[in-house]
Design a protein around this ligand. Structure first.
Ligand code: FCB
Length: 406
């Protein structure tokens, strides 16, 4: 069979993504409090799990090993890197900003600049300082002011080193997992609180967008939008079609509508294809191929997602796409197949300007702990030694040439 070569646009951003809490280590925030709470420990013990695996602790020790991490990004031939700053480090006590931590982030960003990397900086990736959590987190009516006060400091101190801003990572996940299913801190199941949180997150984004633009009028500011590809299991079934639309509206569309006038681009996260059926649990995927976490691998979904988002008429940058694959036997094809569909969307006129693989290295996968292995680099849990997987070589080749053979 003859192979086709597909070529990406010249200034395409090739990157990898990480977040502060999942890699840095040594952070005290609402998540670290929850992980070490007796309630959580008891629950894990009952399930027979190894507690150590579910406490973020030193994470990947990237706080100390950031130079090595950035060298890894450079060896992947990436021209961009998405990283986060941790609110709890920068403002560990209400209204008190920690100079030393700000200096630390300056060093990290300067090191990234030395490597000519474009920086996508995430300001909030689900975690909150303990003082804020104690005041009700994102349900507190003052939270928008607290957030923008923190962001003002980041803009003044670090703003000149940032190329693209992400105000909030996947806000709907905080709304749903934090306030509806209760899987994530603050572990609530309360619809009214979830509405409040959604409103406050949307307001916080809009206000932050304006604030960043006051300092940097040409800046590019977005959130990352986890966008699922909802499709009816049977296209002819009106009920399934209707349900798919409803889920799509609630999960993909609702938040974006609230912030659509405050977006310079859209940060796209794609992981899930949901095949909707008419009976609970309303989802039944074919699962021909799944990741280690049981998530269906469905590359065409990224195309559907990009096509849908193109209606907002903003540039799109894929800021997360990846899989847990400890054996690394699916990752290379996963990347190639998703990129094939990204390219197809570009060819059809969708303005996609970059692709960031999640993640640079194995890290702390939230409530799942350390077992899911998302990294292009594997990390030894005892020594923190990093080693490239085979797929890292494949990704490095793609990033260097901007091409791939299909
Ligand atoms: C996304 C999160 C990211 C990581 C990946 C697997 O939803 O933003 O931190 O956990 O999933």
């Amino acid at each position: 069979m003859s192979k086709d070569i597909i070529q990406f646009p010249k200034n395409f951003l090739w990157g990898t993504s990480t977040s502060a809490y999942q890699i840095e280590g040594g952070i005290t925030n609402d998540w670290s409090e929850w992980e070490t709470s007796s309630e959580r420990k008891k629950k894990l013990q009952k399930q027979g799990r190894d507690l150590e695996e579910y406490i973020c602790g030193k994470a990947c020790d990237s706080y100390n090993r950031y130079e090595e991490d950035l060298n890894m990004v450079a060896s992947l031939n990436c021209n961009a890197y998405r990283m986060g700053v941790e609110w709890a480090r920068i403002e560990p006590e209400e209204g008190k900003f920690n100079e030393a931590e700000i200096e630390h982030y300056k060093k990290v960003l300067d090191e990234a600049k030395k490597k000519n990397l474009k920086i996508v900086l995430t300001l909030w990736h689900w975690t909150n300082p303990v003082w804020l959590a104690n005041k009700g987190g994102w349900t507190n009516k003052e939270v928008v002011n607290y957030f923008t006060r923190y962001v003002s400091t980041v803009i003044k101190e670090l703003g000149d080193r940032v190329d693209y801003w992400v105000t909030l990572n996947e806000p709907m996940v905080h709304v749903s997992n934090g306030y509806l299913t209760g899987e994530f801190p603050p572990n609530k199941r309360n619809y009214f609180q979830s509405r409040k949180v959604l409103n406050n997150l949307a307001k916080a984004h809009n206000k932050t967008h304006k604030l960043i633009h006051q300092f940097y009028p040409d800046s590019w500011v977005s959130i990352t939008k986890l966008t699922n590809d909802f499709q009816p299991a049977r296209k002819w079934c009106l009920l399934e079609k209707g349900l798919a639309k409803l889920f799509h509206y609630n999960w993909n569309e609702k938040f974006l509508r609230r912030i659509k006038d405050h977006l310079d681009y859209i940060g796209v996260d794609y992981y899930f294809h949901d095949r909707i059926i008419r009976r609970p649990p309303f989802k039944k995927n074919k699962n021909k191929q799944v990741t280690d976490m049981g998530w269906e691998i469905y590359p065409r979904g990224i195309y559907n997602t990009l096509k849908y988002l193109s209606k907002y008429k903003k540039p799109l940058i894929i800021l997360e796409n990846g899989l847990a694959d400890a054996q690394d036997d699916k990752r290379s094809d996963f990347i190639r197949n998703h990129l094939y569909y990204v390219h197809r969307a570009i060819q059809e006129g969708v303005d996609v300007q970059g692709y960031f693989y999640w993640s640079l290295l194995d890290n702390f996968e939230w409530a799942e702990g350390f077992w899911p292995k998302f990294g292009l680099y594997e990390v030894d849990r005892n020594t923190f030694e990093r080693k490239p997987r085979e797929s890292a070589k494949i990704y490095a080749r793609i990033c260097r040439s901007g091409k791939l053979e299909i």
